[in-house]
Write a protein that binds this ligand. Structure first.
Ligand code: 4FV
Length: 239
């Protein structure tokens, strides 16, 4: 996968994307990531990329010309152009899987008070928000999306790491997990997990994930219509 990022703060990307899985994916050529400086597409003496909003109002907006020139320089026919903005659809694991299925992404980071509307209307294929809060610029949202998408690319997660059995994969949040020691400060690991009964363990885990999701994220159940353990079991029995 190729990902281009258009930003006013290329220095912010040094570090988070040079470690761990994203670094491995880049070194293995699974991910080609290029950070582009928006000012390189502004040609006046001050390399101006922002201006005041028509009709007045606080702050500055990103001008259309440098962004259009950048996208027309960087984007190919199969490039999915994504605007990072609080006004976008809320990024989640389903969207991460969707993006991981694409060949090329161009992530346009917001700055100042936002974008000239013509950028949204005529350039963006998609608008994504990482959450209902206002950040100083779109660099962190870009890094969050790159991280979530990269780990879903074939060959990135080792076979001992699975994207299938984790939070949000079945629409539920993750069941409780334990590792050695089996007893820590008197706190024991649930017997079922030491039993070796894999079918019983799977049933217990599904029940735990369901209960946790009901308690902490009931919205996920209504949203995804995730099946209750009894329904899942019934389905399994029908197989
Ligand atoms: C944001 C978000 C976000 C808004 C003003 C950058 C800032 C400035 N982007 N998810 N939340 N962007 O807060 O994606 O332009």
């Amino acid at each position: 996968m190729k990902i281009d990022v258009l930003t006013l703060f290329p220095g912010m990307f040094a570090g988070p994307l040079d470690e761990s899985m994203v670094k491995r994916a880049r070194d293995a050529g699974i991910l080609e990531l290029r950070i582009r400086y928006l000012r390189d597409y502004a040609h006046d003496r001050h390399k101006t990329v922002d201006d005041r909003p028509f009709g007045g109002g606080p702050g500055m907006l990103l001008k259309p010309e440098p962004v259009f020139e950048a996208v027309e320089d960087l984007a190919a026919a199969d490039t999915h152009v994504v605007l990072l903005t609080p006004a976008g659809r809320k990024f989640d694991q389903k969207i991460a899987r969707e993006l991981a299925g694409r060949e090329r992404l161009l992530l346009i980071c917001g700055s100042y008070e936002g974008f000239d509307e013509r950028i949204r209307e005529h350039l963006a294929d998609d608008e994504l928000s990482i959450g209902d809060y206002v950040l100083t610029n779109g660099a962190l949202p870009a890094m969050v999306i790159i991280d979530a998408v990269t780990r879903l690319l074939p060959g990135v997660l080792g076979d001992d790491e699975s994207a299938l059995d984790e939070s949000f994969s079945g629409g539920l949040i993750e069941y409780p997990q334990y590792t050695r020691p089996a007893e820590f400060r008197g706190w024991k690991v649930p017997e079922i997990l030491l039993s070796g009964h894999h079918a019983e363990i799977a049933k217990w885990r599904l029940e735990q994930a369901w209960q946790r999701t009901q308690q902490r994220r009931p919205d996920l159940i209504s949203e995804t219509g995730a099946a209750s353990p009894s329904v899942v079991r019934a389905k399994k029995d029908d197989l």
